[in-house]
Design a protein around this ligand. Structure first.
Ligand SMILES: Cc1cc2nc3c(=O)[nH]c(=O)nc-3n(C[C@H](O)[C@H](O)[C@H](O)COP(=O)(O)OP(=O)(O)OC[C@H]3O[C@@H](n4cnc5c(N)ncnc54)[C@H](O)[C@@H]3O)c2cc1C
Length: 437
């Protein structure tokens, strides 16, 4: 195909902040005279939400800055400039697109309310000649490959998993199309905002943080190699995954997966590689099993749309919920009558991280023991978690609160959980005696 001035392609990065295994990049560099990229620190993401919490707190904000810095540097190796704005996309994108006469925009397809609103607003400000190509790039099992129509995705995870495992393949990684790509330098005077420009004071990572890692795909890949090949912790994952202390009880991949700086397919193929060269056991399988949970909550969110944000959840249940401000405040501050809940909430507030075991307990205590409106807890998690992901967060909260996909409707016995998972109280002592908090 002949290259013309019109063949200027733009990659609009959102939750796919990587150059490896990225379908939008692969498509954009094909038949392009010029390739640009853009990322917006959307000002809306740093405002206070309807339930009183900042949508993004300092932990995820800093992780995002690190991620975008890494992405920018990686793209620059191929002379693809990453234009970065601190603005709403609908305000900065149309101008960039006009100035550079962009003919096609490539991006990851999202479906949740806020994400689609933003894309639709951008689209409505563009000339008709500009094409927008959206591709699913965040799944382990691609939506075109799963053995279900979206409307018939099973409401029970096991049924979903078993069918996918039997009838669906994880696609191979996309070829490294960028390695042969180079274009003349394009001027780019935009810069990545600082933490203080996003409204936060600089801060140190807590010395006891279970997630002391930095944002960006290079750090993600480094972590994977460390977890798989240096320490070989992957081989013990199933035994350690319910741990509470330290960096290695679980993979810690979630923050990179959440903003797309790590591809789930990349993890899958590395697990297969590990199985070929080291060991194949229940632990290696279980990491993939957990990645299927991640996929599952995405499919549930596509299937049920905005119901995942409603108090009755996808089951449209009507329980007696309350919004007692004192109880909410005590839960957040780690001042409930349950030391195990308190330790976990202090960890979250001090580090932006909490283990899966901790999350299940504090969410169950909030929604099923205190009967507090589960969406307030979910919204607080959204604000604080480094790894916040809309589908996993709301899917898990619904599940625990009894308005989602748990057929068993369990309430956690927090005292028994603490005895089982923290038998000597080491975890609780670490956070309850924490002076730096
Ligand atoms: C109330 C509640 C809220 C949660 N909110 C989030 C969230 O906002 N973002 C998020 O990524 N995870 C969320 N989770 C799921 C889970 O707690 C984290 O994915 C996990 O703790 C991350 O640690 P890891 O990467 O070391 O996980 P590992 O145990 O190493 O698992 C590997 C990967 O599998 C996926 N995974 C594991 N467990 C789950 C699960 N229960 N649901 C979906 N995916 C899973 C994650 O992508 C994870 O990175 C939530 C769980 C609960 C109970």
């Amino acid at each position: 195909m002949q290259k013309t001035e019109l063949d200027t392609h733009l990659i609009w990065f959102r939750n796919d902040l990587r150059i490896h295994d990225n379908a939008s990049i692969q498509q954009a560099v094909t038949n392009a005279a010029k390739v640009l990229a853009v990322f917006c620190f959307d000002t809306k993401a740093f405002e206070i939400g309807a339930l009183g919490f900042k949508k993004t707190e300092k932990f995820r904000a800093r992780f995002l800055i690190e991620t975008v810095k890494n992405l920018k540097a990686n793209l620059e190796q191929y002379n693809i400039p990453l234009f970065v704005y601190l603005a709403e996309p609908e305000h900065c994108l149309p101008k960039l697109i006009r100035e550079h006469q962009v003919s096609k925009i490539f991006m990851q397809r999202e479906w949740t309310h806020e994400e689609t609103l933003s894309v639709n607003q951008v689209k409505s400000n563009l000339p008709n000649t500009v094409k927008v190509i959206e591709t699913y790039n965040q799944f382990l099992f691609h939506p075109d490959d799963i053995p279900f129509q979206i409307t018939s995705i099973p409401e029970v995870f096991t049924n979903f998993r078993k069918q996918c495992e039997k009838r669906c393949m994880v696609r191979p990684l996309l070829p490294e199309t960028l390695s042969g790509f180079k274009q003349p330098k394009i001027q780019n005077t935009t810069r990545i905002p600082t933490l203080s420009e996003l409204g936060f004071e600089p801060f140190y990572t807590h010395a006891d943080s279970a997630f002391p890692f930095q944002g960006g795909e290079n750090h993600a890949i480094h972590r994977l190699h460390d977890y798989f090949y240096e320490t070989k912790k992957l081989a013990f994952y199933k035994k350690t995954r319910n741990g509470l202390l330290g960096t290695n009880y679980s993979s810690k991949f979630s923050p990179w997966l959440a903003n797309g700086s790590l591809s789930p397919r990349y993890i899958y193929h590395e697990v297969k590689e590990f199985e070929r060269h080291h060991i194949k056991n229940q632990s290696t399988y279980w990491l993939i099993f957990e990645l299927i949970w991640r996929d599952y909550f995405k499919y549930i969110s596509i299937k049920h749309g905005n119901a995942i944000f409603k108090i009755g959840g996808i089951l449209n249940k009507s329980y007696q919920w309350n919004r007692n401000p004192e109880k909410i405040k005590n839960w957040i501050a780690g001042q409930t009558s349950e030391p195990f809940v308190n330790a976990n909430m202090i960890e979250l507030k001090s580090t932006g991280w909490m283990s899966n075991r901790g999350r299940q307990n504090v969410a169950s205590y909030f929604s099923r023991t205190l009967n507090l409106d589960w969406r307030i807890g979910a919204s607080y998690f959204e604000s604080l978690l480094i790894d916040y992901d809309v589908h996993s967060n709301y899917g898990n909260w619904m599940y625990v609160a009894g308005v989602g996909n748990d057929p068993r409707h369990r309430t956690f016995n927090v005292k028994l959980q603490a005895e089982h998972y923290d038998p000597h109280g080491k975890y609780q002592r670490q956070w309850l005696q924490n002076k730096l908090f």
